[in-house]
Design a protein. Structure first.
Length: 209
């Protein structure tokens, strides 16, 4: 497979990347944290391909990135008061929340009833996701066990020949994975600490639990 390099600043590049994703191809693209590789979250074959290309174990689900908060209803049935408060405080940004998975999502996307979601704080990322339909299932742009990509060159080097395109949006802001909080646990459970710390989250959690 020939992997295209698409400069996000060129007219039509974001739309071309979104079109390729809708055709079932894997697309690498920038977020605020790291570069991701994404597919249509409702396309089982594309999800299977993403797992295979990344070498990701089936027991580790694929998170979903959203363009806008209104897109949340496409991937979850309901969220808690705590999750809503965290969304209002930290989205868009480097906080991933585990919420109940929408029943229409393919079972392969998650090994349980939850789904990890967030809105990245990145103009190119959100424009791409919006052009792709508002929701993209995405994991970091690297093979499992290797260093995640923080720019398009690293994503291209790691995955060229296995994905449809790399959408080049420059260097990412954080260079580390997002914070992940399981809002389906009571009390909520920190699964990974990233740019948003436990101290940041604890004030809101204390008020609502």
């Amino acid at each position: 497979m020939k992997t295209l390099h698409l400069n996000a600043q060129q007219p039509g590049a974001i739309e071309q990347a979104a079109h390729l994703l809708r055709q079932g191809l894997i697309i690498a693209f920038p977020t605020d944290t790291l570069y991701g590789i994404g597919v249509n979250p409702f396309d089982t074959a594309a999800l299977e391909q993403l797992y295979a290309v990344k070498g990701r174990p089936a027991e580790k689900g694929i998170p979903i990135l959203l363009a806008d908060a209104a897109d949340l209803e496409k991937v979850t049935g309901s969220i808690s008061e705590l999750a809503q408060a965290l969304i209002e405080q930290y989205w868009p940004g480097p906080l991933t929340l585990v919420v109940p998975r929408h029943p229409q999502l393919p079972a392969i996307i998650s090994p349980n009833e939850g789904i990890a979601v967030r809105i990245p704080d990145h103009t190119v990322s959100r424009a791409f996701i919006r052009a792709a339909g508002g929701v993209v299932a995405a994991s970091s742009a690297n093979r499992t066990g290797e260093q995640p990509a923080s720019n398009a060159a690293e994503a291209f080097e790691a995955l060229a020949g296995h994905i449809g395109a790399v959408l080049d949006g420059g260097q990412v802001q954080y260079g580390r994975a997002s914070t992940v909080l399981d809002c389906m646990s009571n009390p909520p459970k920190l699964l990974r600490e990233g740019p948003i710390t436990v101290k940041n989250l604890s004030r809101i959690i204390a008020k609502l639990t």
